[in-house]
Design a protein around this ligand. Structure first.
Ligand SMILES: Cc1cc2nc3c(=O)[nH]c(=O)nc-3n(C[C@H](O)[C@H](O)[C@H](O)COP(=O)(O)OP(=O)(O)OC[C@H]3O[C@@H](n4cnc5c(N)ncnc54)[C@H](O)[C@@H]3O)c2cc1C
Length: 418
């Protein structure tokens, strides 16, 4: 045997799986096809700007992050808990009244937050607040839209704010995601203040990889998995590797390349990253567009932020980094740069003529499609000694990926020692 367990894929699920296996006393070899660890959590350093491959944030309220990640070492730079809402004539900041008391009056007095909507929202979120964050999940589930209707949450706060915000988070504007999945995410947003690591999102998987005794083998795609009498054999370009078990921690759309499992559908988004020489807007909040009657943004951008206001390390001193997110499930998801710039000018009410496009990430496979009902967390065993893990086996998030990887490691340990 070359090793005890081969983990295929060094995204968060694969890395957490490898760490737990190592802690359980197994020898682990991690194979990664790409040139660095992280999977969907990567950062490009461009002229001193940190551009994550698709705008995303780390929520320190995720139990898996609290328990398994050294958050202090990451130096999380936090966003505000709320959003700037762009209307035709002005902007309003809606924010958590306890975390941002200076915005409490404007928030509670806004026409986007009528009392009826606040009650509807409270009714909608209540089931998830009564539930422990991990463990068995309620059987009943429905689509997000149906769950809003059922809670009587039907007004402007839903239409102009929450649906737009959540579409950006889920990369899904259809309203068809599992309501229980979204409740879980909203609960974490309510409990924690998301932010960005000092060195960029990729610092998270890099920290995890550092804790492994054997370095992750980069540029090493697994080509096939064969079952043997006493375990598995994984084919690589450098020759076969033999182990007692294998864990497949690849992305949902890649599963069919190595296993009999079908490729799973995903949602996608794009992120535009611009350098702005002048600050277009003060504050650490995401901006959402509420100018269109009936909800949803008037242009291709579903959310935008001056990222460097929340995370100063993302831009060189005196410069500003702006992200703009479009959704691939919309006809204008692949809007051209000129259209995106025009939309940004409308949203920030400034010229973007001297803004420089740093990069544009088209992330076709951002998150697994997550229809109701939300599944119990579980690794999938395919064959006697092969398990499948990843965010698609739990729920689409950093938390889901970490939990899935950890559970798989525990299952493998039981397999090998049982
Ligand atoms: C743009 C974007 C925004 C997001 N926003 C958030 C957010 O704000 N909050 C949040 O909680 N989550 C967010 N997510 C989701 C989160 O990033 C993912 O759920 C999580 O990173 C998935 O991790 P994973 O390990 O399951 O899969 P992946 O990260 O996809 O890892 C799979 C790995 O397997 C490797 N691989 C594939 N095939 C092979 C092979 N044959 N051999 C070897 N290696 C292989 C791949 O290269 C990759 O490194 C976002 C994701 C994206 C892309």
């Amino acid at each position: 045997m070359d090793t005890d367990v081969i983990v295929i894929g060094a995204g968060l699920a694969g890395l957490q799986c490898a760490r737990r296996l190592q802690r359980n006393g197994h020898r682990v070899t991690v194979l990664e096809a790409a040139d660095a660890v992280g999977g969907r959590v990567r950062t490009d350093l461009i002229d001193g700007f940190r551009c994550d491959r698709g705008f995303q944030v780390l929520n320190p309220a995720y139990p898996a992050v609290r328990d398994w990640i050294d958050l202090d070492a990451l130096g999380l730079q936090k966003f505000g808990v709320g959003a700037v809402i762009r209307t035709a004539r002005s902007t309003t900041t809606l924010a958590h009244p306890l975390r941002h008391p200076q915005h409490a009056l404007a928030t509670l007095g806004s026409r986007h937050t009528p009392l009826q909507d606040l009650i509807g929202l409270a009714r909608w979120i209540a089931p998830s607040l009564r539930q422990p964050p991990t463990g068995p999940r309620p059987q009943q589930d429905q689509t997000l839209s149906a769950s809003f209707d059922a809670a009587g949450f039907t007004g402007r706060l839903r239409r102009d704010v929450l649906e737009t915000f959540l579409a950006g988070v889920l990369a899904d504007s259809s309203g068809q995601s599992s309501a229980n999945y979204v409740r879980l995410l909203v609960r974490y947003f309510a409990l924690g203040t998301p932010g960005l690591p000092r060195e960029g999102m990729q610092a998270l998987p890099e920290q995890m990889a550092q804790w492994l005794h054997d370095p992750v083998r980069l540029h090493t795609p697994a080509r096939e998995i064969m079952h043997t009498a006493d375990g598995v054999q994984v084919g690589t370009d450098a020759g076969p590797l033999r182990a007692r078990a294998a864990v497949v921690a690849v992305a949902p759309q890649q599963l069919h390349e190595l296993t009999e499992a079908p490729a799973l559908p995903t949602h996608g988004l794009t992120t535009w990253w611009f350098r702005a020489p002048e600050l277009p807007q003060h504050g650490k909040f995401l901006m959402l567009d509420a100018t269109r009657r009936g909800g949803g943004p008037a242009g291709p951008i579903w959310n935008t932020a001056v990222v460097s206001q929340a995370a100063p390390s993302y831009a060189p001193e005196g410069q500003h980094l702006v992200q703009a997110t479009t959704l691939l499930d919309r006809p204008d998801g692949l809007a051209e740069e000129a259209v995106v710039r025009r939309d940004l000018e409308r949203l920030y009410q400034v010229s973007t003529a001297d803004w420089e496009l740093l990069t544009h990430h088209i992330v076709e496979h951002t998150l697994p499609v997550q229809p109701p009902p939300l599944r119990e967390a579980s690794p999938q065993q395919v064959g006697e000694r092969v398990l499948i893990v990843g965010d698609h086996r739990d729920h689409g998030s950093l938390q889901g990926a970490l939990v899935s990887g950890d559970q798989a490691a525990r299952s493998v340990t039981r397999l090998l020692t049982g």
